[in-house]
Design a protein around this ligand. Structure first.
Ligand SMILES: [Zn+2]
Length: 237
């Protein structure tokens, strides 16, 4: 009884602004508070003047929020820009796969050492079942698609051949969205994986260098750092 009266007295005193939330969507996101992938609720709110516990006057919408279903932490919509751990792993795996493919397409598929390093990189990145045949078939398909044999005639010219151009677009598409979410050492690690494939059969061919420079640019590594990393990889081999 005492408790109820106290509560009623408090309600009577309340004149303020309350936000009424409505859930308008859900999904999975990376919750910074939980430090992992969680479900979220996307919610929009409307503020109302509250008198005696009753919402009275609408005071307009508030910015939509993302609320963690596990810990109830609330964030702005920009929290969804950060990929989930699952999505990030997939992006990284695809990035290494594309880099390996692009370096192979630039030449060196006839070398067993090159094929071995490429397959090793792709497997380590998460495609455990990837084999040489699979990579070579992809390169052939790419070459057929663009009407060129991989590496053919590419050694003498600057830049990339038509097959390389298609791959350059692939590289930008797979690496650019990933780059902002990688630490500098993570970006360098992706470039280094490509460099190790290229030097497995000797010095960089011009086409390989061109591919790796494209990789560096797409990963937002400055050209000087890319050149330094490529030289260090070659020297270490
Ligand atoms: Zn959370």
């Amino acid at each position: 009884m005492v408790h109820r009266r106290a509560r009623r007295d408090r309600d009577l005193c309340v004149v303020g602004v309350r936000t009424l939330w409505r859930t308008v969507g859900d999904g999975e996101f990376f919750c910074p508070e939980c430090g992992g992938d969680r479900n979220y609720r996307r919610r929009t709110g409307r503020r109302r003047i509250v008198l005696l516990g009753l919402p009275l006057l609408p005071r307009g919408p508030v910015a939509p929020i993302v609320e963690c279903a596990a810990c109830d932490s609330r964030y702005g919509m920009e929290v969804l820009d950060h990929p989930t751990t699952t999505r990030f792993s997939a992006m990284l795996r695809d990035a290494v796969h594309t880099v390996a493919l692009a370096v192979l397409a630039a030449g060196g598929t006839e070398s067993a050492a090159v094929r071995q390093v490429a397959v090793g990189a792709v497997r380590a990145a998460g495609f455990a079942d990837c084999g040489e045949e699979q990579l070579l078939a992809l390169i052939e398909a790419l070459a057929a698609d663009t009407g060129r044999l991989p590496g053919a005639g590419s050694g003498e010219r600057d830049g990339l051949d038509p097959c390389g151009t298609a791959l350059a677009i692939e590289l930008h598409e797979s690496l650019e969205p990933l780059a902002p979410h990688l630490a500098p050492t993570g970006r360098e690690a992706v470039l280094l994986q490509g460099a190790r494939i290229a030097v497995a059969d000797g010095p960089y061919r011009p086409a390989e260098r061109a591919v790796l420079e494209t990789v560096g640019r797409a990963l937002m590594i400055c050209p000087d750092d890319t050149a330094r990393l490529l030289a260090a990889t070659r020297a270490a081999f």
